[in-house]
Design a protein around this ligand. Structure first.
Ligand code: PHE
Length: 529
């Protein structure tokens, strides 16, 4: 493969210069060629033993824009002095107009301190007839040699934002044992003729360059949200959770609200908070859905074995009665039932059958729990999918986002068990030491907001919501009275933003997303905390 002409020139330049000068210092001998390009040339030559080289790290002191201006026009105090010298006298009020606001502000004090000018009434007058602009001279010196050994002065200049310090790498290069002025012609293929003639024994084979980077591949790439979703799925699967079928974004008020004991007057059910669907105008009453059922069977296959005792007998499974469930929900809202006094309002069937873009995946958890009532037994379910809320979009809120949701059903569960479970769960993603704050959800009692301490931001962040589902939600389904169910939810966006250092959610999801940013994210994050 012919070398790129530019690279070839660097390679040739190194060989040429080495003929007369040893060792080379790449920073001095090739000041304008990027070090990466030089390194590529050196690697090419070193792999043929034509050169040997060592890398050196060093720090370079560079001037900022402001400092460059000082080198060309003089320091702020010099400009003040010069203005006073030229005019003989400058009214203080006028100074900013003559030398600029920044120089007037910074320069005046220093010019007083240096005894270059003094106040005379409302004006500045000259004290020193000639001055030496030390700041400018110092910066000029740094500009030339890019170093400053006096660390005290260096720190001062850094603080005044006049210089920046950056790491640079450069190389010392000597001739190697096979040095020559030109790269000899190299054979890249071993042919049948070479074998037959024996020419292979003396041929000069081109060495492999194992340091060459591969060409960037224009391949597809996963969205960071999908990568973090997979990390969460793995945590859930490792703890025996079964994934719930969340493919349908539209659900009825029944599954999204009423079955969760959310009263029909609840503010969450306002158009300000929820997106309603106008066409079709109305949902069917809750009924068996063989398609959804089949997906759930598939997802669950195998997991029952994990929980059911080995000697479990085959029970008579009673199919769900959707009509009874509907009636129970009406009763528990309107008149009270299952030991609850209910909300005591006139429950509306139409409100219940309005179609919504689901506001939480708890709508699906509800469907799955009702299904569990056919054959109540300990179970764990999770989902990670989209939800929709009619919110004003800003840096931390979108009208659609992803919700991570987990549900655990068992006998004899306690609130302490939920707290312990959440501590384990979040520690698997590197968040330790949770705090819980009492909260309110219509469908859980007690309810807890979950807070985690963010070491980078040095504050407690709300990372999730949780609770134990109310009997008003579970008993109308037909679940046994002594079965308890934990639930918790969090957004997928928040942990993803923390892991990928995104501060504006709109850079992560929606029409403003920069696709090249998505592509550039590493396929695997190696530091997982
Ligand atoms: N649905 C709740 C939310 O939207 C999360 C949650 C799920 C809370 C289950 C408690 C129980 O934030």
């Amino acid at each position: 493969v012919p070398l790129e002409s530019k690279e070839h020139n660097v390679t040739q330049d190194v060989l040429d210069l080495l003929d007369t000068k040893q060792p080379l210092q790449t920073s001095e001998d090739f000041p304008s060629i990027p070090q990466a390009e030089i390194k590529a040339a050196l690697d090419r030559l070193a792999s043929r033993s034509m050169v040997e080289y060592q890398a050196h790290d060093s720090e370079q002191v560079l001037l900022t824009k402001e400092a460059e201006a000082i080198v060309s026009d003089g320091s702020h105090e010099y400009k003040v002095w010069k203005a006073v010298k030229d005019a003989g006298k400058v009214p203080i009020k006028e100074l900013a107009n003559v030398v600029g606001a920044e120089s007037a502000k910074v320069g005046q004090g220093n010019a007083f301190k240096n005894k270059w000018v003094k106040k005379d009434g409302d004006s500045l007058v000259l004290v020193a007839d000639t001055v030496k602009d030390n700041t400018r001279d110092l910066l000029k010196g740094i500009q030339d040699i890019k170093t400053l050994s006096d660390t005290k002065t260096l720190n001062e200049l850094k603080k005044r934002k006049l210089v920046t310090v950056s790491k640079v790498i450069h190389y010392t290069v000597q001739k190697g044992p096979k040095y020559a002025r030109e790269i000899p012609v190299e054979v890249t293929d071993l042919t049948a003729e070479m074998l037959a003639s024996g020419a292979w024994e003396t041929a000069n084979f081109k060495p492999y360059n194992f340091n060459a980077l591969g060409a960037p591949q224009d391949a597809g790439s996963l969205h960071p949200l999908m990568k973090v979703r997979q990390e969460f799925r793995n945590i859930f699967f490792s703890q025996g959770f079964v994934e719930m079928p969340t493919g349908h974004f539209v659900d009825s008020g029944f599954w999204n609200f009423d079955a969760l004991f959310v009263p029909q007057q609840h503010p969450a059910r306002d158009v300000q908070d929820t997106f309603f669907i106008s066409d079709p105008p109305k949902a069917d009453k809750p009924r068996a859905d063989p398609e959804l059922e089949a997906v759930m069977d598939q997802m669950e296959s195998g997991s029952k074995k994990l929980f059911a005792p080995p000697d479990a007998e085959k029970k008579d499974i009673k199919p769900r009665d959707f009509e009874a469930y509907w009636k129970n929900i009406q009763d528990v809202h309107q008149d009270g039932a299952f030991g609850s006094i209910g909300y005591r309002y006139t429950w509306s069937e139409n409100e219940c059958l309005r179609l919504v873009l689901r506001t939480h995946t708890t709508a699906v958890s509800t469907w799955v729990l009702h299904r569990l009532a056919e054959d109540p037994q300990p179970a764990r379910y999770f989902s990670i999918d989209r939800v929709f809320r009619n919110e004003t979009v800003d840096a931390t809120h979108l009208a659609e986002f992803h919700q991570i949701e987990g549900v655990i059903a068992d006998f004899g569960l306690t609130l302490g068990g939920l707290m312990r479970f959440l501590e384990d769960f979040f520690s698997k993603m590197g968040i330790e030491g949770l705090r819980f704050k009492p909260a309110y959800n219509p469908y859980t009692e007690p309810s807890m907001e979950i807070f985690g301490y963010h070491k980078g931001l040095k504050r407690w962040l709300e990372i999730g919501n949780s609770g134990m589902f109310r009997p008003e939600m579970l008993e109308p389904m037909g679940l046994p009275k002594d079965m308890r169910v934990y639930g918790f939810g969090l957004s997928l966006e928040r942990p993803t933003m923390m892991k990928y250092e995104v501060s504006n959610i709109r850079e992560l999801l929606g029409h403003k997303v920069d696709l090249s940013w998505i592509k550039e994210q590493p396929a695997v994050r190696l530091e997982k905390d």
